[in-house]
Design a protein around this ligand. Sequence first.
Ligand SMILES: [Zn+2]
Length: 272
Amino acid sequence: MIDFDALLTAYISFLLFILGTVIGSFLNVLIYRLPTGMSFQKGRSFCPSCRHELTWKDLFPLFSWVFLRGKCRYCKEKISKRYPIVELLTGTLYVLAYLFLAGGDCFSGLNLSLLGWCTALSALVVISFVDFEHQIIPDSMWITIFAGGVFVVLGEVAAGKFKWESLVGRVIGIFAVSFVFFLIGVISKGRAMGGGDVKLMAAAGFVLGWKAVILSLFLGAFAGVIYSIFSRIIRKTEMRGVVPFGPFLAIGIAVTMFVGDRIIEYYISFIK
Ligand SMILES: [Zn+2]
């Protein structure tokens, strides 16, 4: 017997992956343009090296990069690996969100909550790459995460799974980590903690709720420490300047979205 439900779910996953790579290529534009203050609505995409306008053949997610062997068609300059990585990552995150956050059961998984999770995950991808290179978290991106949280709540309402208790948890979540970050920022006069991190954790708190956002902070700090150790070993050099916290917070937030509930349950059963 063929399991048609499983087949349909696999097919929808495939389509979501394609959609994710297309959105991912738009996220690449945001990652490139947001820090420079360039408009991302106006103007066609161009090669950052030779400024040649790009056609659809150059902009096909994943495939263009593979077929061009990572080089610009016009000037043969290397194209950053960031482009295919962001596309692949976004596609993968959308499929995971469909399967594990939205239930992933045929069409019922295509709901408002999935839209919310994908919106928030997309913004986290942009924040990771922008903050890593430029040490800024664009306001439009934490606002997008917040909007994702609103979609998740609306999805709960539509599915008849809304609970006031969980909404209160989200509102407390806005302040749970961000207020501590805010205080650290005030005490250190902005040296130890930037405003971007405060706003990111406020938005994440609304998406995750207060317990999970605290967990995401620990996971993010853990990821940051692991990164620092490895980059020291690999590069064998002292870390230069400040390592941005944002990308690691974003990783912590994304991991918490997927497995936070399980970690919290495990922890509670452990301390009982
Ligand atoms: Zn070029």
